[in-house]
Design a protein around this ligand. Structure first.
Ligand SMILES: Cc1cc2nc3c(=O)[nH]c(=O)nc-3n(C[C@H](O)[C@H](O)[C@H](O)COP(=O)(O)OP(=O)(O)OC[C@H]3O[C@@H](n4cnc5c(N)ncnc54)[C@H](O)[C@@H]3O)c2cc1C
Length: 307
């Protein structure tokens, strides 16, 4: 039995949004299909009338440096992210997080837009983007064509597996600032060796050091899963930036603050709450040291690199 009646491949955002608008809530966007097809298998009662494939839209897989932003189309695959020199220079936490998603077959088709829109708090690409303080471009149907708005990444999450997009809206792109001088970022995760598609815990961090390369002036820490939506450990960020130096005591304070603020839970197939609590210490220690090491090696801003 067919799982859908129509499969559309629009070439523009306006065309995609018009199709979504016409079908109301009876159509679904599909990109790589690595989450959607499994969801449809699990919930056959809610089979969509039509699928709108957004991967043929012109420019949806772009990676570009535009003015003071690095811009990524929502249809970019994890393989494209992992192999981009521009992103390796400016967004190691993203190349590292997308580079461990699934296996090569999954990464060749699965997209960053799908990873974010699926709205799981532990999604690796999402955690990498969050540490970059990324913004997301939402495209909405309107009678006069597509309406585009940039908004903070966190604003689109409603809860586990639920985003705030209307049926005739889609994610079009992401953007974040290039890495500045004395700044560095990193991602690491703990994953069960087989059987599940999400990590036990993943953490991404981004820091900027002071001119003496001793103190953390600015920090962003993203942890997943540590709540119903992707989580920013603001107390840990504050602990780091208020310390007089980046040293063992500052790191331990940041870990304690992250552990106190995170809402961890036990999950049947992945890990207990107590194990995740301990792993915040292990991963945060690692990503902070790596980020600071990279910041110290990056005294001048990362230069332009090919996409
Ligand atoms: C074997 C396997 C291993 C995996 N391992 C990992 C892992 O280690 N880490 C991890 O984070 N994930 C993992 N995943 C999950 C999945 O591969 C990723 O979340 C992937 O990035 C989803 O992208 P996609 O393009 O396949 O999305 P799709 O399945 O096409 O779509 C997912 C959802 O997003 C919506 N959507 C897609 N694009 C857009 C858009 N532009 N605008 C609005 N809505 C959109 C769809 O309607 C759907 O609801 C794994 C999956 C599999 C099958």
């Amino acid at each position: 039995m067919a799982r859908w009646r129509a499969y559309h491949t629009p070439a523009t955002v306006s065309e995609a949004l018009s199709l979504l608008h016409e079908h109301r809530d009876k159509a679904r966007i599909i990109a790589g299909g690595t989450d959607l097809i499994l969801d449809m298998e699990a919930n056959q009662a809610a089979a969509p009338e039509a699928l709108v494939d957004v991967t043929r839209i012109t420019g949806i897989d772009r990676i570009a440096q535009e003015d003071d932003w690095i811009v990524l189309g929502a249809g970019i695959t994890h393989t494209q992210i992992e192999s981009s020199p521009l992103l390796r220079a400016h967004a190691r936490c993203l190349t590292e997080s997308c580079g461990v998603i699934g296996g090569p077959q999954v990464r060749n088709v699965a997209t960053l837009g799908g990873n974010v829109a699926h709205a799981l708090p532990a999604a690796d690409g999402t955690i990498g983007l969050l540490a970059l303080e990324a913004e997301v471009e939402v495209a909405a149907h309107s009678a006069r064509g597509a309406r585009h708005t940039w908004q903070p990444l966190l604003s689109i999450f409603a809860g586990p597996g639920r985003n705030r997009l209307a049926p005739d809206q889609m994610l079009h792109a992401f953007r974040f600032r290039p890495t500045q001088a004395r700044a560095g970022n990193a991602f690491d995760r703990i994953m069960r060796p087989q059987g599940v598609a999400l990590p036990v815990l993943g953490i991404a961090a981004r820091v900027r050091l002071d001119a003496a390369l001793r103190r953390v002036e600015d920090a962003v820490i993203a942890i997943g899963p540590a709540g119903p939506t992707p989580f920013r450990a603001t107390s840990a960020e504050e602990a780091l930036t208020s310390a007089k130096a980046f040293d063992a005591a500052a790191v331990e304070d940041a870990i304690a603050a992250a552990q106190a603020q995170a809402s961890l839970r036990s999950s049947k197939y992945r890990a207990s709450q107590a194990y995740r609590h301990e792993m915040i210490g292990v991963l945060l220690r690692r990503v902070l040291h790596t980020s600071v090491e990279r910041a110290r090696m990056n005294e001048a801003p990362a230069g332009p690199a090919g996409a």
